[in-house]
Design a protein around this ligand. Sequence first.
Ligand code: 13P
Ligand code: SF4
Length: 319
Amino acid sequence: MESKKSAPEALSPSLLADEIAELKKEKNAVIMAHYYQRDEVKEIADFIGDSLALARKAAQTDADVIVMCGVHFMGETAKILCPDRTVLIPDPEAGCSLADSCDPEEFGKFVAEHPDHTVISYVNTSAAVKALTDIVVTSGNARKIVESLPADEKIIFGPDHNLGEYINSVTGRRMLLWNGACHVHDRFSLEGIARLKKEHPGAKVLVHPECRRPLQIIADKVGSTAALLDFARADEAKEYIVVTESGILFDMQRECPEKTFIPAPAEDTECQCNECDYMKMITLRKLRDCLRDGKPEIHVDPEVARKALRPIERMLELS
Ligand code: 13P
Ligand code: SF4
């Protein structure tokens, strides 16, 4: 057995949390966490939110250091909005399969083939893809932003095909869709949810729009992580089947202790597909190390950042 004194690994979560609190004060840092983060990381975060709320908060902060407990594109968005701040990410390998499904060079060709189209990109993209974009959206504001454009506007939407189909269905638009997907949301199973519905006939089904179309159709509510949480808070049902990354269940349970939240199973039950392995790369230990050492830091090429800023600002103006 390891002695308590032997290694920093032996530190308990509460000692790590104390160290993080000290370092945060010393560095004038703010800790931001996405809903899909580990529970212990969210417990010590200054701010928890969906992608839209994290971008808004980053734009407003007066902290010198932003620690983004989320995935890489969230850190990039914060850095583009706050180029004079230090933006840290506890694990730079925390990527996003959806962002990876949109190669900037390929996307650039697609855009060039449709010169009369407005380019809308989901926030889950690299800075290089945002730099090719007219307006960035999140799942929390995509509908509103698309509806703010003239009805006959030709639109390219990327990279999430499922979200694009959802927005087309609710707005009646016919946006051209890039064929990207998230490895977590694209694998939820209609069969598994039907089985759960039989076991819990009164349960309402909450679905993130990155899930496939059949799941969107059977949902009682389709929305971003924050919208699903708001719905659960305001709604009167007692049970919910939650069809998104399972991290959100912690927040739902914390805010609605009297209700039951059931995580939806993924198609491939061998793997923990309802967890985002990228999001879960961030641990308290890595968070402490990154605050202490001032790295890994997010850097964005200044020319790319300059081009990516305007579409992010347009999103913030329009939502
Ligand atoms: P939200 O915009 O709902 O926070 O979703 C981000 C995300 O990565 C979903 O997989
Ligand atoms: Fe990306 Fe999917 Fe993870 Fe969200 S859940 S960060 S879209 S890989």
